[in-house]
Ligand binder design. Structure first.
Ligand SMILES: O=C(O)CCC(=O)C(=O)O
Ligand SMILES: [Fe+2]
Length: 283
């Protein structure tokens, strides 16, 4: 069904989450989820901290993955993202023996937790005395549906990454807004059958700042985005206000538009479904 015909729900309920997971809703959009005072505090503290540019994923001509730093996008405390660990695992994950595969996965998890654990502590410190927005969303979803921290390779994951897009002169240049899907490889999380992206927005510029959701079916797990999905495809633009929370199906191609006149700060996480409840959360 075209994204233009899909409903946007305003509440987290199991029925709404099920529809979103099935691709039968465009979003769950909770307006005014976080008070302005909370958002402003978090934004001011994140803005004032030292930030590492976000590595942008691309594929080299020989087919191997690589990254370049994105001048305008950063995440406090985080200098690597889960995708990079998946890439690193790539060939090792195909290792001939189950033992070698298990060792590769375990070492990927060591590296992930070593990076993301301290980043989450830093973020919690930045938010204090308020809570991390992602923790507020966790409790909300838990009360309404049931959710738990995902365990991967038997180890609990982390969740809640801040994504700061600084004001950009090129905020509406297609080259600055990569269209992507977020999906964990089935080899790693075989039980995660469907995946949502969940964001709590702390700061949204008045010009730009939309989340574009493209008029395209859900991309199957492990499949690349089809070549035809580019900026000529029609989309629905979701323009949040600071304090809103939005959940989308992260397997539908989407893109984040930076601000033309100010920063954009989101606290992001992923929510997975193994077909029932509780849901699983990680970043
Ligand atoms: O910030 C948003 O609106 C969406 C973020 C997103 O798509 C992502 O981090 O994968
Ligand atoms: Fe995304």
């Amino acid at each position: 069904m075209s994204v233009f015909a899909l409903p946007i729900f305003d509440q987290v309920t199991r029925a709404n989450v099920d529809a979103l997971l099935a691709g039968e809703a465009l979003a769950i959009w909770i307006k005014g989820f976080l008070p302005a005072e909370h958002c402003d505090h978090v934004y001011e503290r994140v803005r004032a901290t030292s930030l590492t540019p976000l590595p942008i994923h691309f594929t080299r001509e020989d087919g191997t993955p690589d990254y370049f730093p994105h001048a305008n996008v950063s995440r406090p405390g985080v200098d690597a993202q889960l995708d990079e660990y998946f890439d690193r695992l790539g060939s090792a994950g195909d290792a001939a023996t189950p033992e070698a595969r298990r060792a590769a996965v375990a070492s990927m998890m060591d590296a992930y937790l070593a990076h993301v654990g301290p980043a989450n502590e830093l973020n919690a410190g930045l938010c204090a005395p308020f809570r991390r927005p992602c923790d507020v969303l966790f409790d909300h979803v838990n009360e309404r549906c049931g959710i738990r921290v995902a365990a991967f390779d038997g180890r609990p994951m982390k969740f809640g990454t801040f994504l700061l897009n600084r004001r950009s002169e090129r905020f509406d240049d297609p080259a600055t807004v990569p269209i992507h899907v977020d999906t964990v490889p089935s080899a790693l999380f075989p039980e995660i059958r469907a995946q949502l992206g969940a964001m709590v927005y702390c700061r949204v510029p008045s010009v730009g700042g939309e989340l574009r959701v493209y008029d395209h079916p859900l991309v199957p797990r492990d499949a690349p985005i089809p070549a035809g999905v580019d900026h000529s495809v029609a989309y629905r633009a979701l323009k949040p206000s600071a304090g809103d929370a939005i959940l989308i199906n992260s397997r539908r191609p989407h893109a984040v538009i930076p601000g033309g006149d100010g920063d954009r700060l989101a606290n992001i996480m992923f929510i997975g479904s193994s077909g029932g409840y509780p849901l699983d959360i990680w970043t």
